[in-house]
Ligand binder design. Structure first.
Ligand code: M6R
Length: 369
């Protein structure tokens, strides 16, 4: 059932192009418009929505963080993202015009379930993004957008994450479409580009051997840091989470702009630092800023592992290791930049002799608060 792979995680990483394509299937019509009829929340309600709150845990929370950038950009609706476990305990401000989005692979995560119950008690509508048909979270929500990743067995989430991102982009683009924003043309072109992402993920998977080799060479390190900006920041957090849970290493993700506010003190000779570089197109100011961050940490001895778009030459002089990803629209980059980080963590775990599919102390779904 592992389909020839040593671990479910490897199989699930390899299944990502299909998972992404399946999650888009039937949701884009012949005119390139989104048809999310299955989301039973009427368009009139979506037009009235004045705030979106995303609740989720772990990897799903990282998908939610990325969704915030997309939702606010394409819809201009304010969006908050909160760890489900913190949400109800701070008496959040909710009303019938708040749309709560609960993201969960399993659909059984107790923290997320309790958060959505709280939201519904306050009269908010809840949309679940979930991978498990008929599980508790979609059953208790007003509507559900299923991800079609297929069963995810490995404790570390991989393909479910990519499909959660796709679902989040669909929600953001759909809201933009329903409400009509100044980004109409961009929305149309991004929908087209989404359709191409599965092929790009496949392309990334084809080029992972140097990443595996690099991971093996770092097996005796104690710490790896991850830096990113904009949508690359949650990707950095996700890369660090994968490494913690699989390799049992100290791993931390930071927003690169925060470096000089503290974390740069951690940099010492030969410390591996993975940097997720934003596209040099689009929000190029950020690109230039992160290139100077790479220079700064390298000058202090860091071993820089740089994930950058094909054609981005500015990073070359400062990258000890360069991992190329295909060019995508700015907001979609996490769909390709996450993949090398999954492979990296999986290979490091293997090199350290860890149990990849069943890391110590963890369960696939966390059904207690
Ligand atoms: O089933 P869920 O998506 O609700 O699970 C949420 C987290 O427990 C989960 O993403 C966890 O962080 C993974 N082990 C990360 O790889």
């Amino acid at each position: 059932e592992k389909g020839g792979y040593d671990y479910f995680m490897l199989k699930e990483i390899a299944e990502q192009p299909k998972a992404v394509a399946d999650t888009l299937l039937g949701r884009i019509d012949a005119n390139g418009r989104l048809t999310l009829d299955e989301v039973r929340i009427p368009d009139a309600v979506l037009r009235e929505t004045d705030k979106i709150v995303i609740v989720a845990c772990g990897t799903a929370f990282h998908a939610g963080m990325i969704a915030k950038y997309a939702i606010e950009h394409w819809t201009r609706i304010p969006c908050e993202v909160e760890l489900a476990s913190e949400f109800r305990y701070r008496d959040p401000i909710l009303n019938p015009r708040t749309l709560v989005v609960a993201i969960s692979q399993s659909g059984e995560t107790m923290d997320t379930l309790m958060a959505l119950r709280h939201a519904r008690e306050q009269g908010s509508k809840v949309l679940a993004i979930c991978n498990t048909n008929g599980s508790t979270i979609p059953r208790e929500s007003d509507a559900v957008l299923y991800t079609h990743a297929g069963p995810e067995v490995a404790v570390a989430s991989t393909k479910a994450f990519l499909t959660q991102l796709v679902a989040c982009y669909l929600v953001a683009l759909y809201l933009g479409q329903v409400r009509g924003t100044k980004w109409g043309d961009e929305i149309t072109s991004v929908i087209q580009e989404l359709a191409d992402i599965s092929r790009q993920v496949d392309q990334v998977l084809e080029t992972m051997e140097p990443v595996r080799e690099l991971a093996r060479s770092l097996k005796d390190k104690n710490t790896v840091l991850f830096l990113g900006r904009h949508v690359g920041y949650p990707v950095a957090l996700e890369g660090a989470l994968k490494l913690k849970e699989l390799a049992y290493m100290h791993a931390e993700g930071f927003a690169a702009g925060e470096l000089k506010h503290g974390p740069i003190a951690l940099i010492e000779d030969d410390l591996p630092v993975v940097v997720v570089v934003p596209s040099p197109r689009g929000r190029s100011v950020l690109h230039d800023k992160i290139v100077s961050n790479i220079q700064e940490i390298r000058a202090r001895g860091a071993r820089t592992i740089v994930i950058a778009e094909e054609g981005d030459e500015a990073v070359v002089p400062y990258a000890d290791h360069l991992i190329r990803i295909p060019a995508t629209p700015v907001l979609l980059q996490p769909l390709v930049s996450t993949v090398p980080l999954q492979v990296f963590a999986c290979e490091l775990a293997t090199a350290r002799g860890n149990e990849v599919d069943q890391p110590r102390n963890l369960a696939k779904s966390v059904t207690v608060e």
